[in-house]
Ligand binder design. Structure first.
Ligand SMILES: Cc1cc2nc3c(=O)[nH]c(=O)nc-3n(C[C@H](O)[C@H](O)[C@H](O)COP(=O)(O)OP(=O)(O)OC[C@H]3O[C@@H](n4cnc5c(N)ncnc54)[C@H](O)[C@@H]3O)c2cc1C
Length: 414
């Protein structure tokens, strides 16, 4: 029987970090898993390519950390945020108040390298991976539960069957749209341009964020000593971007003298890639016979750079619920399947709710320069608080540590 005609226990749509993590965790416990991706790996993905210290824990469990470090991933020791006022927030991934990361550094790693390695780890764990296969629809059984997908292959349209379909197909997920779960947020409506440069001056081991009144730019050293340059601007201010993204990015850099001086001898090494708008949050992360994870379930804004961690963590989080759902369905208990999927959604809320709140607070500060300037003034004088906040973006300090009333007062009243 071919990979197309056999019945799978799980079909994972999308082989990015969320899909690879889900597939690895499920194949490791013995499920028959097939990952489908419309792309062929290595494939590019517009991203600032910062991987948080806590993401290393999952990469290590998947056997991906050592090859990444040996393969030249850059080490990132913290973040520096430049506010429009000129104040700087400098925070490092150091142990604080009993919170210690799996590593005291994050990674800067090209997505071509990271995602290819992760999909290989899923394959090594026993998952089948089919590339160049685009999912066009989710098929439903007589009760309306997902029971497979319709795919466009180089040889035409085929239908594939599965006890569970996992949508890990990123922003604008076809799985979430076909199951009527997709919900695009009204705000923020931002778009991004990403490229790699060689020779940007004064790059160190800190990721940098330059917040201006017209958006923000992230700079970070990534694999091979390149600088990842990611510009994020409100969509309304992006006129002309789609026709000439390279011109838009270069003009933006040229208009900001402190940055343009550092780019004087720099050479762009990859095409400028555009993406956005990105803020979306599925109405729920499940439907009968299906689950959503990674960006397909939610994404807010790249500023805090935690999407890769959320994608990896999401794959680990869903595994026990997916196993339960598959077993229930195969034993003919649709009620028990729904129960497992609903419990997954609750576990996601429990795990990520604090992170969503912090992202929204930071998102507001980025959108309103007065707020960002205030935060920068406070945090530039309170290094302890800056480290704590950077620890949250490093995923090893729980968001509740900065959401405590006493800590929030330090922000407001200093
Ligand atoms: C500008 C920008 C900068 C960012 N910077 C960072 C950062 O520095 N650090 C960080 O942690 N996060 C960052 N993020 C977020 C991060 O990129 C995402 O959260 C992460 O990639 C989510 O992983 P995923 O597996 O859910 O989705 P993706 O990585 O998007 O993977 C989805 C996969 O699904 C496949 N696919 C899509 N549709 C179909 C289909 N119909 N059929 C088959 N396959 C399909 C795609 O080919 C792709 O391989 C950034 C995001 C943006 C937009």
């Amino acid at each position: 029987m071919s990979d197309y005609t056999r019945a799978w226990q799980v079909i994972v749509v999308g082989g990015g970090p969320a899909g690879s993590s889900a597939a690895w965790h499920l194949a490791t416990v013995g499920l028959e898993v097939c990952v489908l991706d419309r792309a062929q790996f290595p494939r590019a993905k517009p991203c600032a390519e910062y991987v948080s210290p806590e993401a290393s824990r999952i990469l290590d469990a998947m056997g991906a950390l050592a090859p990444l470090e040996a393969g030249g991933a850059a080490s990132l020791t913290g973040m520096v945020v430049h506010a429009p006022s000129g104040d700087r927030i400098h925070g490092e991934f150091v142990a604080r108040h009993g919170f210690r990361g799996f590593r005291d550094r994050g990674l800067g790693v090209r997505r071509e390298i990271l995602d290819t390695l992760l999909i290989e780890r899923a394959r090594a764990a026993g998952a089948s991976v089919m590339e160049h296969v685009k999912v066009e629809a989710v098929t439903l059984d007589a009760t309306g539960a997902a029971c497979g997908v319709a795919v466009r292959t180089p040889h035409g349209l085929r239908t594939m069957r599965a006890s569970l379909v996992i949508g890990a197909d990123g922003l604008r997920s076809i799985v979430s749209r076909r199951l009527n779960l997709a919900h695009q947020s009204r705000w923020p409506r931002r778009v991004a341009l990403v490229a790699h440069y060689r020779g940007v001056r004064d790059m160190g081991s800190l990721g940098e964020m330059h917040v201006t009144r017209e958006g923000y730019m992230g700079l970070a050293t990534v694999s091979g000593g390149l600088t990842n340059v990611a510009l994020v601007v409100p969509r309304r201010g992006a006129t002309g971007m789609s026709g000439n993204p390279t011109g838009f990015l270069e003009a933006w850099i040229a208009a900001h003298p402190t940055l343009s001086a550092r780019f004087r001898e720099a050479m762009r090494e990859t095409p400028v890639r555009a993406t956005g708008p990105f803020a979306s949050h599925a109405t729920r992360a499940w439907a009968p016979g299906a689950m959503l994870t990674g960006d397909a379930a939610d994404f807010y804004d790249p500023f805090t750079g935690e999407g890769i961690y959320a994608a990896l963590r999401g794959g680990a989080l869903l595994a026990p619920f997916a196993v339960e759902a598959v077993q229930a369905r195969e034993q003919g208990h649709p009620g028990a399947m729904r129960h497992a999927l609903r419990a997954y959604d609750q576990a996601r809320q429990h795990t990520f709710a604090g992170k969503w709140r912090v992202e929204k607070l930071i998102g507001a500060a980025v959108a309103f320069p007065t707020l960002m300037n205030h935060a920068a003034r406070v945090l530039s004088r309170d290094r302890d608080l800056a480290d704590l906040l950077v620890g949250v973006t490093g995923d090893f300090v729980p968001p509740s540590a900065v959401l405590r009333p006493r800590t929030l007062l330090r922000f407001l009243c200093s």
